[in-house]
Design a protein around this ligand. Structure first.
Ligand SMILES: [Zn+2]
Length: 205
């Protein structure tokens, strides 16, 4: 059986391209030379500096960006490092107040010292807590996307895009609840693909 890949909206098939092909042709890595000017430090003082640097850039066309298989979830490495640094003041509070509890000053009760310690800890630790909350959130999102990615991929790969109409469609229904031969905008296409993967609620509208 031959699959009809003509656009359901305009009926043409020469403007139709599969979604993975649209994505692949829209993502390019370009190597080029960048010229820079700046200021350098020399024994005589500040001097103007010129130079070149080889750079590699990945560009994604707007169209390719509008048809992603998965949401972009940033990696957590830098944030973990930041959270660790931000945790230092809180640890110092614990050390300081533990020392104060072990060697109490005359006239100050252990309860007062303890409560002051808890307050100081809360005050100094919230930036680290915030950083780690974001990390946990990202890890959770990444895991969720990883779980559904393969299932969503089959549906995504079956999708077609008409360059004439700017609309997507599936020539046949690759999964339940996926409409066959119905033109839909890229946003809706993405939403359906992500729904199959179980991560549609990570979509920001
Ligand atoms: Zn069309």
């Amino acid at each position: 059986m031959e699959i009809d890949i003509s656009c359901p909206n305009c009926g043409r098939s020469d403007w139709v391209q599969s979604v993975p092909a649209v994505r692949a042709s829209g993502v390019q890595t370009v190597t080029g030379v960048d010229y820079f000017t700046g200021v350098g430090v020399a024994p005589s003082g500040l001097v103007p500096a010129f130079g070149t640097a080889t750079v590699e850039r990945t560009t994604v066309s707007n169209l390719a960006r509008s048809l992603p298989l998965t949401p972009y979830v940033p990696s957590s490495g830098k944030l973990i490092a930041l959270g660790t640094v931000l945790a230092i003041p809180g640890l110092m509070v614990i050390v300081t107040f533990t020392a104060m509890l072990v060697n109490p000053e005359p006239g100050r009760t252990a309860v007062t010292t303890f409560l002051a310690g808890v307050l100081a800890f809360a005050l100094f630790s919230w930036p680290a807590a915030l950083a780690f909350t974001v990390v946990v959130n990202r890890v959770r999102r990444k895991r969720r996307v990883a779980r559904g990615r393969n299932t969503a991929s089959a549906v995504w790969r079956a999708g077609q895009y008409c360059h004439g109409c700017g609309l997507c469609f599936w020539p046949y229904s690759p999964a339940p609840h996926i409409p066959a031969r119905q033109s839909i905008p890229p946003r809706q296409f993405t939403w359906l693909v992500w729904s199959v993967g179980g991560y549609a609620n990570l979509m920001t509208w």
